[in-house]
Design a protein around this ligand. Sequence first.
Ligand SMILES: Cc1cc2nc3c(=O)[nH]c(=O)nc-3n(C[C@H](O)[C@H](O)[C@H](O)COP(=O)(O)O)c2cc1C
Length: 334
Amino acid sequence: MIGEFITRRLSIAPMMECTDPHERYFLRLCSRHALLYTEMIPTQAVWHGRGERLLAYNTEEHPVAVQFGGSDPRQLAYCARMAEGYGYDEVNLNVGCPSARVQAGRFGACLMAEPSLVAELVACMREATRLPVTVKTRIGIDQQHGYDALASFVECVAGAGCRTFIVHARKAWLQGLSPKENRARPPLRHDRVHRLKRDFPQLEIVINGGIRTLEQVEEQLSWVDGVMLGREAYRNPYLLANADARLFGDTRPVRTRHELVRAYLPYVERQLAGGARVSCMTRHILGLYQGMPGARAWRSHLSEWGSRRGAGTEVILQALSLLPGEIEIGHAIA
Ligand SMILES: Cc1cc2nc3c(=O)[nH]c(=O)nc-3n(C[C@H](O)[C@H](O)[C@H](O)COP(=O)(O)O)c2cc1C
């Protein structure tokens, strides 16, 4: 099956307004192996003809998974077919977003209350594509306090052929909390996701939520099959640079931060030539020097000068010149 051999040991979460193609291109420079997810793409938009713009990506991004938000079986099947045509490696269904807009469309986290509908959606998508169809979900919603509702949900959806579940280890409250609050407030319950793996050893279970270091990733891998990083990978992308060696046994030299910036520049040039604004690319590298000398100067130069009309790659080169030279040495990790 297409996409059968992608590894989900480490993946980068779908994040609206963050994991766009520019960000994914840059993250791919940081790690050759982490699986990257698109932002959630509403099936409605693709159905109504905006697929060409929304599904476009750079071939360098592979392995890359596309996430859809929707609950109409025909639309999801159509999107899954298109995703295969575009060459994505996986199709993922969003069953975790609690926003009011998404609930109004009857998709996202509220689908946890309708396991048989999700099973039907998965079945339709699987019929439409040879790509792996995966589900990203929460550990529960609203009054689903215990573990049982999660286990029944997974059992029902797995019955439709979903082999991989990515579980954000925190409940979502559909009323009264904003999406942002829903990523911080209900406490994380990693133990629930570990139990899921114990109870469904034949399924691939990927844990997500609050994981911030490679040590934590390694620890989680003793419980589950994979780890998905969200905010930390966005805030501190250099975290990924060491992941290839530590998690995938890749012995090629680890690129320095400066080397990553230089490798990003030709891409930025190409995008500028195509009419993009430099700030669309620089906003994704603001956190690259986090914790290093000169990090603040780097960030403020990019933010201030990158947003000016007509700004180009010189802004990045100037920001680099504010940093204290080649502050790290790339090294091979055996
Ligand atoms: C800005 C932002 C946008 C997000 N957009 C999506 C999305 O489009 N689809 C989705 O399934 N989850 C989305 N999420 C949730 C993340 O995928 C992830 O589940 C969550 O941030 C918890 O992981 P973390 O603690 O590692 O950040 C978003 C999170 C953030 C911070």
